[in-house]
Design a protein around this ligand. Structure first.
Ligand code: XMP
Ligand code: MG
Length: 176
């Protein structure tokens, strides 16, 4: 990745602003409810941390880790839950916090897995929605940013475990 060009797509300031707006939206949607936020590791760790701090309502927080076997930047569609939640969600209002919805396969898988545990409601908040790349129909309920194509790193997102620490979201391209 060091040899690739990185251009800022969403600056830390733009992200901060958008996350505050999302926090308000989510808080309104869950007033007087028992919200359980489930962050999807590792990509959504920063987004989850910022989003819950932007909420004006209480919530409980848990995490899942999913492995989707990828060849380069393309998903194979084979997905596995490698770390499960520890908080029971039956009867609770659950908000899954994901970094990117791309083909939609990962969120479809997680949605089915969590629905089987009978939450009161289940919604998804995606930091980025790559709408044009869907292989299965999937609509996130809350979306931070929408982008067409391109591979991004930073703000928790990685290319082969590199770039997660970056405070801005950057698009990677081949030229130096
Ligand atoms: P699907 O295709 O199942 O995949 O919707 C969603 C997962 O793919 C990862 N993904 C990315 N990760 N930069 C990343 O660091 C990207 O541009 C990108 N696009 C997809 C992401 O982990 C998400 O959970
Ligand atoms: Mg990733």
């Amino acid at each position: 990745m060091e040899t690739m060009k990185k251009s800022v797509l969403y600056s830390r300031e733009a992200i901060r602003q958008r996350v505050l707006e999302l926090g308000e939206e989510v808080s309104k949607a869950y007033e007087n409810r028992e919200l359980v936020v489930i962050g999807v590791l590792k990509g959504a760790f920063m987004f989850t941390a910022d989003l819950v701090r932007a909420l004006s309502i209480p919530c409980r927080i848990d995490f899942v880790r999913l492995a989707s076997y990828r060849a380069g930047t393309e998903t194979s569609g084979r997905i596995e839950l490698t770390k499960d939640i520890e908080i029971p969600i039956a009867g609770k209002d659950v908000l899954v916090v994901e970094d990117i919805v791309d083909t939609g396969l990962t969120m479809k898988f997680l949605e089915e897995n969590l629905k089987a545990r009978n939450p009161r409601s289940l919604k998804v908040c995606a930091f980025i929605d790559k709408r044009l790349r869907r292989k299965v129909p999937f609509e996130a309920d809350f979306v931070g940013f929408t982008m067409d194509d391109g591979f991004v790193v930073g703000y928790g997102l990685d290319f082969d475990e590199q770039g997660r620490f970056l405070p801005d979201v950057c698009v990677l391209s081949q030229e130096k």
